[in-house]
Design a protein around this ligand. Structure first.
Ligand code: CA
Ligand code: CA
Ligand code: CA
Length: 411
């Protein structure tokens, strides 16, 4: 087989050379696409270098990309004139084409439309928010997570302890508007009242990551970038952290700590890539299993950045903890009425070395619990969320309850 292939190769390539003028560039003269949707352009011809330009009415070129492939996307409707050039001494090529960006047929929702991944860490609200029912598979739990947080359903889901995450998206690409925050996420943080000036209470900061569907397959299998919040460059933030939870050992010694309302302090063992280990305790308020019941594997691993603990036991005897809010850039970190402090700029995206990355928009947003912290009877710190909104799509008016109709429903 190999010999035949080698023998045929020169013939095939000779005939290819001869055919080049007949080969289609693979780019049409005119396209119609919806705003905030991608047009994935793959020229069929090759050369030494490539240039994609947008050309204005006066004929001025604005360079868009020097890669062979290009994804076009626009937030604004209109007619866009593009020019594609192949720079090559033997086969140069120039091609002008037009992209008409039109309004979507079905109005976009400003809220979550899909949950792609729900992979919480163990925790006191796991198997409850959303609720696991006997026989539920991962797909069932994913569906429950989606039902909880899509649209304005506003049902809290918990991500459990450090690393647990959810990934979601919208019915369009969330555009990165220069100099503006792009999306907002709702959690369940409140400020406590003893120290009103200090912005603390129940802040359980979740770290946000974003991803652009660069292979245009609709699946979150593309690079993820962390949004660098206020603590990203702090010397106290640990990057490239890896953390593993181990399924509870049925033969473990059950030890209670009654002072802290814990009935099993060696409940779920964890290990990290610093060689440390510890335990997630079970408390007396949550009797269900903390380890996700739909997970078959005996360990669950997470990785990302680790924030420094934000809780202080101001009672000194474990009765009153304040979990202080971080300045900005985290989920479930300030009460929902503070819109700006719960909003995120795609322009904060950084790569694994902390260098800024430009993304035209994002198709996938991931939130994970950013701390490994246990606060006595309060239990482990876990990020919760219930809604997200694209800030560039107007919010839908929320209908006030109709007392007459609601009354009829109850009869
Ligand atoms: Ca932005
Ligand atoms: Ca993809
Ligand atoms: Ca919370």
């Amino acid at each position: 087989m190999k010999k035949i292939a080698l023998f045929l190769l020169p013939l095939v390539s000779a005939s290819c050379d001869h055919d080049i003028p007949m080969v289609n560039l693979g780019i049409d003269d005119t396209y119609y696409i919806y705003r905030m949707q991608k047009l994935d352009l793959h020229p069929a011809l090759t050369g030494k270098e490539y240039r994609w330009y947008e050309v204005d009415e006066a004929g001025n070129e604005k360079l868009l990309s020097s890669e062979r492939d290009y994804i076009f996307i626009a937030r604004e409707e209109g007619v866009y004139d593009l020019r594609f050039e192949i720079i090559d001494e033997y086969t140069p090529y120039e091609f002008d084409f037009t992209i008409n960006v039109v309004h979507e047929e079905v109005e976009y929702s400003p809220y979550i439309s899909r949950v792609y991944e729900y992979c919480p860490a163990p925790g006191q609200f796991i198997n409850e928010m959303p609720r696991y029912e006997e026989g539920d598979t991962y797909a069932d739990m994913l569906h429950k997570a989606e039902e909880s947080i899509s649209g304005t359903n506003d049902i809290m889901i918990s991500l459990g302890g450090y690393g647990g995450y959810v990934s979601f998206g919208f019915d369009h690409t969330v555009m990165n508007v220069e100099g503006q925050k792009d999306f907002r996420i709702w959690g369940n943080t409140f400020y406590e009242l003893l120290q009103p000036d200090k912005k603390g209470g129940s802040a359980e900061p979740g770290i946000v990551c974003v991803s652009y569907d660069v292979n245009c397959n609709g699946i979150p299998d593309d690079p993820w970038y962390e949004l660098a919040g206020s603590e990203y460059y702090s010397k106290d933030t640990r990057h490239k952290y890896e953390f593993t939870y181990h399924r509870p050992d049925p033969d473990r010694k059950i030890v209670a700590d009654e002072d802290n309302s814990l009935d099993d302090i060696y409940y779920i063992r964890w290990t990290d890539n610093d060689g440390k280990e510890g335990f997630m305790a079970k408390n007396i308020f949550h009797s269900q299993d903390y380890y996700p019941k739909w997970v078959d594997s005996n360990s669950i691993s997470f990785s990302g950045s680790l924030l420094t603990p934000n809780a202080v036991d101001i009672s000194g005897i474990g009765t009153y903890y304040i979990l202080y809010s971080l300045p900005w850039g985290y989920v479930d970190n300030h009460p929902n009425e503070y819109e700006d402090l719960n909003s995120f700029d795609i322009g904060w995206a950084v790569d694994t070395d902390g260098s800024p990355v430009y993304l035209p928009g994002v198709d996938f947003i991931r939130v994970y619990t950013g701390l490994n912290q246990h606060c006595g009877w309060l239990g482990e710190t876990s990020t919760e969320l219930c809604r997200a909104q694209d800030l560039h799509i107007p919010a839908l008016p929320i209908m006030p309850p109709d007392p007459i109709k609601d009354n009829l429903k109850h009869k």
